[in-house]
Write a new protein. Sequence first.
Length: 413
Amino acid sequence: MIVKLNIWLTLPNGEILAAGELAAADPDVRGAMTGQFRYLPEYLADPRAFALDPVHLPLSAERFNADRPRSGVHGVFEDSLPDDWGRRLLVRRHRLAREEQRVPNLLRLFGDQGLGALRYSQVGQPPPFLPGVPCRQLAEISSLAERFEQAPADMADEELSLLFQAGSSPGGARPKALVADGKTGYLAKFASRRDHLDVVGMEAAALELARRAGLDTVASHLSPLASGRCLLVERFDLNAVDGRNHLISMQSLLKADGYYNAGYRDLAEVIRQVAASPQRDLRQLYRQMLFNVLLGNTDDHLKNFCLLRDEQGWRLSPAFDLVPNVGFNQEQVLRVGLDTQLPTAETLLAEAKYFGIKRRQQALEIAVLIHETVSGWRETFGACGVPEQDAKTIGLDIGQRLQRIDFSNAGTG
């Protein structure tokens, strides 16, 4: 069986273009899937067209073989799909058997319920338009998400209709939903029954610290619910007049899959190759690397970094999914320099040259600012309502990092 899909692209001004066609066959005896993508001739002829993957899918009339044999599609399309939480909802909504849960079929069913500018429909059908969910229904969504997480088999499909309608986003097993307040769209992130700490409050605090440290971050705020609260993260893929910004993850750009071995230098190289203003984005990435290490955001995997395509071209997206070391991991996912272990102050300063920062004094000024900002974590955690015991627990890890990575004696070299 071959699944054929039309790929639709929503432009920043709200116009929708038929961009390409994707075809994927059932897996062979080894479990590998074969698939192809091609741009439509009318898209290639359109002056507004751009490459959906600037590294692996240049604008060309050729047919591109899928670079992910396990899924039968290119990574940029798999980026549209949610991970664990949203995928569970999708499977439940359509009562999918295991063999029906392959990526091309999930894309067909997902339609336009995710982040980014891509939509999917069966060949010959128009692009899907599904109604959004307003913020005023957050409390109901939160309650449904909690029940679904605890006992999904006990819920009828009618009860889950609102949760199905809300959709989800790439990344993680935690409950989340896409909601809107007028023209402003949000990713709502809820507490999970698996949480041993106030992860919602800690993420809000981490984002606030990052903003104070000079990082370009997603806009966010905490919203109270009848029981607990959620974090509303403003969507950076949306524009005025219902326009969209196209997104692609660093995981797709680096063709990384499974247990990959990558570092911040690899991300920097992609930025040099693709970004419209690489110097600006490289400095932002350097700041984020420093912040992640000092705060303990060890879950810094490649799907938590992406490039965004707006009317000026490709650029590094605002920082998102910044959370302290709630898993108490010993290593970063991404290498800093040549290692995933906690780096020294000297290593972090020496890395600056790979991010276009040639003067040690400049790197030191950035590092000191971020160190001083993260050192104020107690006040920010308190302002975000993180329980005192939770703050104390996670604060042990933050404090050890700040003590071990001390820039006060680094000097200018």
